[in-house]
Design a protein around this ligand. Structure first.
Ligand SMILES: [Zn+2]
Length: 223
């Protein structure tokens, strides 16, 4: 299994270690398969109340927020309270845990943070969240690039779906190589224009052309 290094923190009166381990192992493996690597020393702390999450994030957190990752530490609501402390159905738990683990893999192996839509998109691709999140609007990618702009629009469905299109179009290995080279060439944090320039150099296609190709493949779900 190779992931014996994952440490757990949980309430033994509410959860069983065996049950949690079963879920964690499965979600870790999805990441190992995608990134073709192991990551050691991951720590997962299961939370049970919204105030615990607020304390960790150092702010009042919205009820859609169910997981938070810093370095190799994940904080996530336990599956036993997941739908009670948030507006997520209980079935979202595994998607979110896989997503949070993917951030650890991506931060350690690829080391890019911008574009934010791609940082979230890769995590959502590994977690297959495009299956459960319907796209309702398309924003300009340059407006989803840095943390400040992303936080205004927060368009996870667009990030998930377009990243899926990129992986399907160029192949997983090429995308992983692109992401590794991205931070080396333009830095972990950079401007949209730097990203567009490097995208064209690497894939030999303009970013806008890729977006046009993607738009032909999707249907916007009206509210
Ligand atoms: Zn995320």
């Amino acid at each position: 299994m190779n992931n014996k290094n994952i440490a757990f923190e949980f309430d033994p009166e509410i959860d069983s270690k065996l049950n949690l381990k079963k879920i964690v192992d499965k979600d870790y493996l999805k990441n190992k398969k995608f990134f073709n690597k192991n990551i050691s020393d991951i720590k997962i702390t299961f939370l049970y109340t919204r105030s615990q999450m607020d304390k960790i994030c150092n702010q009042k957190t919205p009820n859609w927020l169910v997981g938070y990752t810093k370095d190799k530490q994940i904080y996530i609501f336990s599956p036993s309270v997941f739908d009670k402390v948030s507006n997520h159905p209980a079935t979202d738990f595994s998607y979110i845990l896989t997503h949070e683990i993917a951030h650890i893999f991506s931060n350690n192996l690829l080391g890019f943070y911008y574009p934010k839509w791609l940082h979230e998109g890769i995590a959502g691709y590994v977690a297959e969240q495009y299956k459960i999140r319907k796209i309702r609007k398309i924003d300009k990618f340059s407006k989803l690039h840095d943390s400040k702009n992303w936080n205004k629009l927060i368009n996870y469905p667009q990030a998930f779906l377009f990243t899926k299109y990129l992986v399907n179009t160029f192949g997983k290995e090429k995308i992983l190589e692109f992401l590794k080279q991205l931070s080396k060439n333009v830095g972990r944090h950079h401007y949209p224009k730097d990203f567009f320039r490097f995208f064209k150099k690497f894939f030999k296609i303009k970013f806008n052309q890729a977006v046009l190709g993607w738009k032909k493949t999707i249907k916007i779900k009206q509210c």
